[in-house]
Design a binder for this molecule. Structure first.
Ligand SMILES: [Zn+2]
Length: 276
């Protein structure tokens, strides 16, 4: 925790008053910094847990893919460091703080080159706290199709309308211009396909973003399977889908589902070691 307290303290103007009221103010500031640092570290530990859950639930693709969380102090966002898989993200120390121009402000490790995805979505969407880019097997296959994502079952009902598809390029999103175009394509959705590449999804909380990612991959798998089966099939219309969306992903359910996946991961890690 000290590392994060030091980061926060160094970002602030240091007071020069000594003794009396100045001293107690300095003490209060230190205590505030410690409490803020403890909250931040706990949140990043939870984001690390979310990364490992995503690895377990179909979002693994070697050391590719990254997750980010808005910095609560408004300095930018905390991005998973480059070079490790989602399944190897163990805690707060695996994230680095970037400002919205991509400058590394704190933490150890390299940044992913596609950092503009996170910067531009977080700038465009004040309601979003967490952003993820990954290459799940079924999601990346589905990204190459021209089909809208249907609500084959309840998984698809987590999306009130088919997520859009970013079609400008299948190359990496390495510039702010491409990041802005992607954020524009995302609009007010919580997921977007990147054609012939992968997916980007986000949420109002860590649990929300994690569940969106899991449901997105499940919905893609369902549609690919039913589409490939040769069976005649159907899906709910827009109004029915909207009603089902209203029943999916309620805030209390999100925490319950996130806790379930946390327990499932703990069982796996207990029996098999790190789930990578
Ligand atoms: Zn990618």
């Amino acid at each position: 925790m000290r590392r994060y307290a030091a980061i926060l303290a160094s970002e602030r103007q240091a007071g020069t008053v000594v003794g009396g009221a100045g001293e107690s103010m300095a003490k209060a500031t230190t205590e505030r910094d410690e409490a803020t640092a403890a909250r931040l570290e706990a949140a990043l530990d939870t984001l690390a847990l979310a990364c490992r859950i995503l690895e377990m639930e179909g979002h693994a693709s070697r050391t590719l893919g990254h997750a980010a969380m808005r910095d609560p102090e408004g300095r930018g966002f905390w991005l998973k460091r480059w070079g490790i898989s989602f399944g190897e993200v163990r805690g707060a120390g695996d994230f680095i703080l970037l400002d919205f121009d991509g400058r590394v402000r704190a933490g150890e490790g390299r940044r992913h080159s596609e950092w503009p995805i996170h910067a531009e979505i977080l700038k465009a969407r004040p309601d979003v706290e967490v952003t993820v880019h990954s290459h799940p097997f079924h999601g990346r296959i589905f990204s190459a199709s021209d089909e809208p994502l249907r609500a084959v079952s309840s998984a698809g009902s987590w999306f009130p309308a088919p997520p859009p598809r970013y079609e400008a390029t299948s190359e990496l999103v390495r510039t702010p211009e491409r990041g802005r175009a992607l954020a524009g394509c995302l609009g007010d959705h919580f997921a977007v396909f990147l054609r012939n590449h992968g997916v980007v999804f986000c949420g109002r909380s860590i649990a929300h973003a994690t569940l969106i990612g899991i449901q997105l991959e499940e919905a893609c798998r369902e549609q690919l399977l039913i589409g490939a089966s040769g069976l005649a099939w159907s899906w709910p219309g827009d109004e029915e889908r909207a009603r089902r969306f209203g029943a999916a992903g309620k805030a209390d359910s999100l925490d319950q589902y996130f806790d379930y996946f946390s327990r499932k991961l703990a069982w796996r890690e207990k029996s098999d070691g790190p789930y990578v």
